[in-house]
Ligand binder design. Structure first.
Ligand code: TYD
Length: 140
C-alpha cells in the first residue's frame, strides 16, 4: 500500500454566466493532485447493474458524474464504508490508494467520467473482496 488511502468529496469550481456553466480541470492542480495519464467513461449502464467491485493497489482517481446520477460506495482499509450520491456535474470524488469501490444505482442517462493517474494495468487491480481484506490486514 504505497499511497495513503483517501476518499474526499470535492465541489468543482464553476465558470457560469448567462450561457450556462463550464468546469475546467488541470493536471497537478489543487483539484487534480496528480498527472492525468488516462481518462475513461462508462455510459449506457444497465438498470440494477453494479460496477467496480475492486480496489487498486496504487492509483489516484477523480470521479465525476457528467450526466445523470449514480452512487459510489467506498470501503476504507479499516472497514469504514461511505456512500456518495453523485448527481450533478460539479461534484467530484477523489479516491487514492487501497479503497474498495462499488458503483450502483445508475440512472439511465448516467455518464461516469474518471481521470486516473496511470495507464490501465490489470496487475494494479484487486478484484476479490477477500483478497482486499487480506491485503489490508483484516483477514488472515
Ligand atoms: P472493468 O474494470 O470491469 O470496469 P468497472 O470497474 O467500471 O466495472 O472494465 C471493463 C472492461 O474494460 C475490462 O475488460 C477492462 C477494460 N478497461 C480498459 O481496457 N481500460 C480501462 O481503463 C478500464 C477502466 C477498463
Amino acid at each position: 500500500m504505497d499511497i495513503t488511502p483517501v476518499v474526499r468529496e470535492i465541489v468543482l469550481p464553476e465558470h457560469g454566466d448567462d450561457r450556462g456553466t463550464l468546469i475546467a480541470l488541470e493536471s497537478l492542480s489543487e483539484i487534480v493532485p496528480f498527472e492525468v495519464r488516462r481518462v475513461y467513461y462508462s455510459f449506457d449502464t444497465q438498470p440494477g447493474c453494479v460496477r467496480g467491485n475492486h480496489a487498486h493497489r496504487d492509483l489516484r482517481q477523480l470521479v465525476i458524474c457528467v450526466s445523470g446520477a449514480f452512487t459510489f460506495v467506498c470501503e476504507m482499509p479499516d472497514g469504514t464504508r461511505t456512500e456518495h450520491r453523485m448527481d450533478w456535474p460539479n461534484k467530484a470524488l477523489l479516491i487514492e490508494g487501497m479503497v474498495w469501490r462499488e458503483i450502483r444505482d445508475f440512472s439511465k442517462d448516467s455518464v461516469m467520467l474518471v481521470l486516473a493517474s496511470d495507464h490501465y494495468n490489470e496487475a494494479d487491480y484487486i478484484r476479490d473482496h477477500d483478497e482486499f481484506l487480506r491485503q489490508v490486514g483484516r483477514a488472515p
